[in-house]
Design a protein around this ligand. Structure first.
Ligand SMILES: [Mn+2]
Length: 320
């Protein structure tokens, strides 16, 4: 059942012993929502904990300052920034029992008993700001840092087209609450682990260009990832952005080798190409500027198929 902020607040005030679930392969938005809500509930005198099915990358460690570790028997499950319980990995079953979901994905499957959804918000953290404000909890610096992280990361540091005037207004209010924007932006958008730098070096060695430079392809082989110590899924995922950083590239493709001989292609594009249309040809999907699809073929075949379809899209768009 879809609900409004008022009903979410009534629910959160009337219950206790909350278990907050954040999605697998966690990003700044799900973690920012989870830890800020957990901290806010604890400041109301409630028992709450925020958990994630995957290990949380170290660059998000500061978010834990917003919460205290509590041990209790969970009674109410809340999912934040989770569009589908499939995104909860081995916590899926708990997600299926969710009493409340706070989210911003159009694709939300309405699995929770109560769904607070704002499809037009850039980040679920924007909605979390409104919920915590409506709860009457004063947003202190650690909570402001969490919410700010969610808003900043889901908008690519306010650079993506999903950024609205409201996004900036909320960010400004979080600054007034003491959010430490400079160190957070540095940790989220500048800093690279040594492992990520090494992977970038390896991956860029094999970059190839097609369709007169409009299409660029990189490959992330499992053996290369496994050869680099201390690398996390976050570092590997960041590779998908590399090809589109090159001038003239309208379609950036990264092909990643997954377990069991599956190759996953991640597509990023300029506004001149809709890559969700390319991904759809191979049973995938996504957004116009970012999409993906999987191949259970040899690497050579996967590469050939995705490159051919991309070159066709470039021709169709009249770019060559
Ligand atoms: Mn999000």
């Amino acid at each position: 059942m879809k609900i409004e902020i008022k009903e979410a607040v009534e629910f959160l005030r009337s219950q206790d012993d909350y278990l907050i679930l954040m999605h697998a392969s966690p990003d700044g938005d799900t973690l920012g929502c989870g830890f800020s809500l957990c901290g806010a509930l604890q400041r109301m005198g409630k028992r709450a904990k925020a958990v994630c099915p995957d290990e949380i990358p170290h660059r998000f460690d500061y978010m834990r300052e917003a919460v205290t570790e509590q041990e209790f028997e969970e009674r109410n499950i809340i999912c934040v920034d989770v569009a589908d319980t499939k995104l909860l990995g081995d916590m899926k079953e708990m997600g299926d029992r969710a009493a409340l979901c706070i989210d911003h994905h159009v694709s939300n499957t309405e699995y929770a008993e109560r769904l607070l959804l704002r499809e037009n918000y850039a980040a679920a953290a924007e909605l979390m700001y409104e919920v915590i404000t409506a709860l009457g909890v004063e947003i202190d610096r650690p909570i402001a840092n969490c919410i700010y992280t969610g808003v900043a990361t889901d908008t690519g540091c306010f650079k993506f087209s999903n950024t609205t005037p409201q996004t900036h207004i909320i960010a400004a209010k979080l600054m007034e609450c003491g959010a430490e924007i400079a160190p957070i932006n540095y940790a989220m958008f500048e800093l690279k682990t040594p492992g990520r730098l090494k992977l970038e070096q390896e991956v860029l060695k094999g970059i190839s260009f097609h369709a007169e430079g409009h299409v660029a392809v990189i490959t992330v082989m499992k053996s290369v990832v496994d050869s680099i110590p201390d690398i996390d899924s976050d570092d590997v995922g960041a590779m998908a952005a590399l090809p589109r950083q090159i001038e003239g590239v309208d379609i950036g493709i990264s092909i990643k080798e997954k377990k069991g001989g599956i190759f996953k292609a991640s597509l990023r594009s300029s506004e001149r190409i809709d890559v969700s249309e390319i991904a759809k040809q191979f049973g995938g999907g996504g957004h116009a500027r970012a999409a993906g699809c999987s191949f259970s073929t040899t690497f050579e075949e996967a590469e050939r198929l995705i490159v051919e379809a991309s070159c066709a899209a470039v021709r169709q768009a009249g770019l060559i």
